[in-house]
Design a protein around this ligand. Structure first.
Ligand code: UD1
Length: 427
């Protein structure tokens, strides 16, 4: 497997273009199963997870042509394969997003449950309960889910016990072609959900959002082709802003939507980082010593759980005490033990960590446990004294397009030692 080596201590300076959002691209790729027309998606990031989603589409029965950051999806057949191979499902949790479109088009799906992963149990009960309410017959044996629809999916009112991103997307994908009206109450309203709604409406769906958390879908009988440009990846953007802050540098992020990062940027400003936004850029500049800030992760527009690990690395190096509460996932502190190897002073108490700032990190060898933990450890390596060696890099390749090239352009001393690729995609 590949390894990344960082010689820390370089200030990051320069410009970086933010790639398209992974979490937006995945459901949008699966939404192409809802039409037989051609769909063209641009600004698609080059990531392992995207390759897995494309492999799914090809297996199910689409022709997919990837050309740089553009993906074209064609149909040669209106019959899709409904039994999903375990080799693909086990690689990526987002593979459960095939459920919605296949139930809508083929009225049947057989798929193994993606199960738990490094960051928590991650059940799919909210997805399954919603499908039941839409009229799907579901049986689960040994983590294998069999679903079928007798006649047609029927619109209904679904009140989520938690605003799950994936469940909201799955219901949107299914209910778009259901009979009648579906209302989702307590829906997720992350920008990636909004991007999915936007592409579905451009394909002919009738979806409206009311306030923050209510979505009404009027079922239609057919969707048509579309060209869609994916929104920027807010998690990648936040990682580069924190990289500028932690290395006392100055980085201009291009091709971003600053409003998607409101809470993160407001916390960074409160900490003392200089941030200047235009419609599509963010300038992050270190001008004085930063002060620690407490955060508690939450659903959008709260502080994103996907930025918690990177935030923790920054807090570890600020003078004073801070607290981080993780409310979305039950086990998302796996980076703590690796950050301690750099010299971090962190105490975990259930879902809250207490961080006592230290003066510096010393480079070390660390192992990446999951995607965002990987970003946190890269940040630690950038600022640590001496050399850091990161292994299990495939986790990073799932969510960060060309990370070492982008960082090198910003002046980081970082190289990848290549070996054979391998993937395990669970976010
Ligand atoms: C998506 C993102 C992931 C992000 C997460 C929360 C993608 C591909 N991944 O994941 O990067 O960290 O949102 O913002 O978009 N839950 C249940 N039952 C369910 C579904 C979820 O209990 O049926 C729980 C999960 O275990 C977790 C919480 O709800 O604790 C959030 O999960 P969810 O919002 O569904 O996240 P994902 O869609 O899996």
């Amino acid at each position: 497997m590949d390894t990344i080596i960082i010689n820390g201590g370089q200030k990051l300076v320069g410009e970086v273009c933010i790639s398209g959002s992974k979490n937006s691209t995945l459901p949008i790729l699966f939404s192409t199963l809802l039409t037989d027309d051609t769909v063209i998606i641009t600004n698609v990031p080059a990531l392992l997870d995207i390759d897995i989603a494309i492999a799914f589409l090809k297996y199910i029965g689409k022709i997919v042509v990837k050309d740089g950051h553009t993906v074209r999806i064609y149909s040669y057949n209106t019959i899709y394969k409904c039994t999903q191979p375990y080799e693909l499902v086990s690689k990526m949790r987002a593979s459960i997003l095939v459920m919605g479109p296949l139930l809508a088009r083929m009225k049947r799906v057989n798929i193994s449950s993606p199960g738990g992963c490094a960051i928590g149990a991650r059940p799919i009960d909210i997805h399954l309960e919603a499908f039941r309410m839409l009229g799907v017959d579901i049986s689960v044996h040994n983590n294998y889910v069999k679903m079928f629809v007798k006649k047609q999916l029927k619109g209904t009112t679904i009140n989520f016990k938690f605003p799950s991103v994936g469940a909201t997307e799955n219901v949107l994908l299914a209910a778009t072609l259901a009979h009648g009206q579906t209302t989702i109450i307590n829906a997720a309203c992350e920008p990636e959900v909004t991007d999915l709604i936007s592409v579905l409406n451009k394909m002919g769906a009738k979806i409206q959002t009311y306030g923050k958390n209510k979505i009404i879908i009027q079922g239609v009988t057919k969707l048509h082709g579309v060209i869609h440009h994916i929104i920027p990846d807010r998690v990648e953007a936040a990682t580069y802003i924190i990289a500028a802050a932690i290395t006392k540098g100055e980085v201009l992020l291009k091709k971003v939507i600053p409003s998607h990062l409101r809470i993160v940027n407001s916390k960074l400003k409160a900490s003392g980082l200089y941030i200047k936004e235009t419609n599509t850029t963010i300038l992050a500049k270190w001008v004085k010593n930063l002060h620690p800030q407490n955060i508690s992760t939450n659903v959008y527009p709260g502080f994103p759980t996907d930025i918690q690990a990177q935030w923790m690395t920054l807090m570890c190096l600020l003078e004073g005490t801070s607290y981080i509460e993780e409310t979305v996932f039950e086990n998302r502190f796996l980076h703590v033990q690796e950050l301690k190897k750099f010299g971090a002073n962190i105490l975990i108490n259930d879902r809250i960590v207490k961080i006592q700032g230290v003066k510096k990190f010393i480079g070390t060898a660390v192992q990446i446990s999951d995607l965002r933990a990987g970003a946190a450890l890269i940040l630690a390596g950038l600022v640590a004294e001496g050399q850091t060696i990161l292994s299990s890099i495939h986790h990073l390749d799932r969510g960060y397009d060309s990370i070492e090239n982008k960082l090198r352009k910003l002046n980081a001393n970082i190289i990848r030692i290549q070996d054979k690729k391998c993937g395990d995609s669970r976010n």
